[in-house]
Design a protein around this ligand. Structure first.
Ligand code: PEP
Ligand code: MN
Length: 336
């Protein structure tokens, strides 16, 4: 339920109303916009009499929200959320490119890629230390050592780091990680999501291979229900009958999610296509569609990459993509 307050409502009156709602055992989410203040009620609101609330002097109107996601809902929070990733902002007009290798492989590999992508305009460094692989015989990542190398690269380049967590027991190792990634395979690992809800780290939440946008938003809701509202959604392609590409990039997710939620949306064209040459056109299309950022895999030697070489760009290719993406952003802004 959303309660829209009148402009003249005083802080004292608003606080009295919030206390009353809390006595009814519903949590209140306050959204103070430029023009309006909204109270979003989360919990069992069936016993709350909307006519009674609407009759209050300070209330403009009351709307029931039928969507099962409440905290993530744009109706609760009309303004875009801007997620601050240790100084790099995403959302609300702030655009960021996250780039780096699929997996951290060595100090030399990571530092070379980090320095080059940073020089091309990437502002966040990605790299997997714990890798979710389809085969147990494939490279599983450097684990804790990979995290150490990411922290070293962060120190040397100044870029905040994004890396995937697979097990909540690993959280102590992620203390200095700037953005924790939840991979597609863990989008509905609800116990993991609940633990992340107790942290105050930005979470990059990837859409599952076969999940709907509503399910993605419900997963975000799990994290938000625990108190962590710093979520960046990521569309990384879904499974379809198409076989020329690894997945199918659902670019309509960008405008659809923009309508449904206030959370920022990032596109990962690398996992969506699985083919390096498709990354450039899809990254440009994502920028044109209004994505808040991109996540792109870059490797200094793609044929020898230990994971996802076929979809990885060389630093030179990434430089070209980044230039085009920034030019598209400028062109789109000039039309607004
Ligand atoms: C990744 O980002 O390296 C990754 C494993 O992505 P996804 O979870 O989207 O497959
Ligand atoms: Mn990958």
């Amino acid at each position: 339920m959303v309660v829209v307050l009148k402009n003249e409502a005083t802080t004292q009156q608003i606080n009295n109303l919030i206390s009353w709602f809390e006595e009814q055992k519903v949590a209140v989410h306050i959204s103070k916009g430029e023009y309006q203040t909204l109270l979003g009620l989360v919990g069992n609101t069936t016993n709350i009499d909307t006519d009674l609330i609407e009759g209050l002097e300070i209330v403009e109107c009351v709307k029931r929200i039928s969507d099962p996601f409440k905290n993530a809902n744009r109706k609760f929070h009309p303004d875009d959320t801007v997620v601050d990733c240790s100084g790099v902002k995403i959302g609300g007009g702030e655009f960021a490119i996250i780039a780096g290798p699929c997996s951290v492989e060595s100090e030399a590999q990571l530092l070379e890629i980090a320095t080059k992508v940073n020089a091309s305009g990437a502002t966040l460094l990605r790299g997997g230390a714990f890798k979710p692989r389809t085969s147990p015989y494939d490279f599983q990542g450097l684990k804790a050592e990979g995290l150490e190398l990411l922290l070293e690269a962060k120190e040397k380049t100044g870029m905040p780091i994004v890396t995937e967590i697979m097990n909540a027991n690993h959280l102590p190792l992620f203390e200095n990680v700037d953005v924790i990634q939840v991979g597609a395979r863990n989008m509905q690992n609800f116990e993991l999501l609940k633990e992340l809800g107790k942290t105050d780290k930005p979470i990059l939440l990837k859409r599952g291979l076969a999940n709907t946008l509503k399910e993605l938003l419900m997963s975000a809701e799990y994290i938000m229900a625990g108190g962590n509202e710093k979520i960046i959604l990521c569309e990384r392609g879904i499974r379809t009958f198409e076989t020329y590409t690894r997945n199918t990039l659902d670019l309509s997710a960008v405008p659809m999610l923009k309508e449904l939620t206030h959370l920022p949306i990032v596109i990962d064209p690398s996992h969506a296509c699985g083919v390096a040459k498709l990354v450039k056109p899809m990254a440009m299309a994502a920028a044109a569609a209004g994505a808040d950022g991109l996540m792109i895999e870059v490797h200094n030697d793609p044929p020898r990459a230990l994971c996802d070489g076929p979809q990885s760009l060389t630093p030179e290719q990434f430089d070209d993509v980044a230039k085009r993406v920034f030019a598209i952003r400028e062109a789109v802004k000039s039309l607004d």
